[in-house]
Design a protein around this ligand. Structure first.
Ligand code: GMT
Length: 376
């Protein structure tokens, strides 16, 4: 199949899912065209089946806001015609589903009919898309998609309750490429660089937005390090990072916390982590938690959104109500205090992660594409 993938190219989860999906489809022999405003961070262009087309928005002084949707839909039209693309897969509803729909209409005018799959990722529904300024356009473009998927049952339920959606939503969970972890020799374990042998390594990875409840991460760690020797790895960047650094200083734990910023070495960091913290306000799936579990790292998370579909209570970690940092710290210590418990949770985390192996999830997308293309 010739597939166009539209996504955000940044470190965020939806961009990572879209990129890994496209790369795996390319490995299976499909022709993949990534269409976005800059090269996705995890995109390796060394496969002849992978193409990247940049959307450029020329600056014009008249425009207070540069019209990205217009540029994207025009680029989609051009690329579909040039490369004979058979299907559009847009990740994140805003504005991708909207631009995709406009591209479909323009192509229809020229006698070209092409199906569009829209994958909902979370904040496009629960936070941003739900805003009254966007809601009508988001509802419209979801309803006009040929196939709609969501990354968890929880997100599917949220979509139906927040929007007037008449379409069937297929739940296809996010996935992880497990083979990569054992096959990549460059991921050498460098634990000693980060912590002493007796210190537990605790990690948080996110875009440091408010929704991630970064102060809760620091508070949980503060309580843990009062009981056992530990270090905190803070990976990622965003509006809450500076406040987190200030809070660590205020609590006198700055020497036990490493702020990495955005990193391309997430696998290395996870390979020596003992525990992952994700106390988010809301999380439609929690890809970062799954990535940790794939490295045998147990997870302490909130129980919001789709997190309970990924992190299994008492098995791969523990879940608490949002903001219950005392309980989260107590649960963390249950995992970290002795080696035997830690090993059990580590093994369980990997076992649960295996359910989300890309090999199990990819065929679900392929089936939907084939069905959608056949219908046209
Ligand atoms: O807030 C983020 O983590 C970024 C956001 C995105 O769109 O990249 O993540 C959303 O999509 C991810 C991939 O499907 C999910 O794993 C995250 O749970 C979801 N974030 C939220 O729902 C807050």
């Amino acid at each position: 199949m010739k597939i166009a993938i539209v996504c955000y190219p940044t470190f965020g989860g939806s961009g990572v899912v879209a990129t890994e999906l496209g790369l795996e489809l390319a490995r299976l022999g499909h022709e993949i065209h990534f269409i976005t405003y800059s090269q996705p961070v995890r995109l390796a262009l060394l496969n002849p089946n992978v193409h990247y087309h940049e959307v450029n928005v020329p600056e014009y002084p008249l425009f207070h806001y540069q019209p990205y949707e217009l540029a994207l839909s025009s680029k989609l039209v051009d690329m579909v015609k040039l490369h004979k693309i058979e299907i559009l897969h847009v990740h994140y509803a805003i504005p991708h589903a909207y631009a995709g729909y406009m591209a479909k209409q323009m192509l229809k005018d020229e006698g070209i009919e092409i199906p569009m799959v829209t994958t909902l990722h979370g904040t496009d529904i629960t936070l941003v898309g739900n805003h009254p300024f966007y809601k009508p356009a988001v509802s419209f473009s979801i309803n006009k998609s040929d196939v709609v998927t969501s990354v968890s049952q929880s997100l599917k339920d949220d979509t139906y309750s927040l929007f007037n959606i008449k379409k069937d939503i297929h739940v296809i969970p996010n996935f992880i490429e497990l083979d990569k972890n054992s096959n990549d020799p460059s991921i050498a374990c460098r634990r000693s660089v980060m912590a002493k042998p007796n210190e537990r390594i605790i990690t948080h990875i996110s875009n440091f937005r408010k929704v991630k409840r970064i102060p809760d991460v620091v508070k949980i760690f503060y309580k843990i390090q009062q009981e056992i020797p530990a270090k905190l790895m803070m990976v990622g960047d965003g509006p809450e990072k500076e406040k987190a650094e200030a809070l660590c200083q205020e609590l006198g734990i700055l020497d036990k916390v490493i702020f990495f910023g955005n990193s391309n070495e997430i696998d290395k960091i996870l390979s020596y982590s003992d525990l992952f913290l994700l106390p988010s306000e809301t999380e439609s799936f929690g890809l970062a938690a799954l990535e940790a579990m794939a490295w045998s790292v147990p997870v302490i998370s909130s129980n919001s959104g789709g997190l309970s579909e990924v992190n299994f209570e008492g098995i791969s970690g523990y879940l608490s109500d949002v903001g219950k940092t005392d309980e989260m710290a107590i649960n963390a210590l249950k995992i970290l205090r002795d080696d035997e418990a830690l090993l059990k949770f580590k093994n369980n985390a990997l076992t649960v992660a295996k359910k989300f192996d890309i090999k199990n999830i990819l065929p679900l997308y392929v089936k939907l594409y084939e069905k959608a293309i056949k219908k046209y």
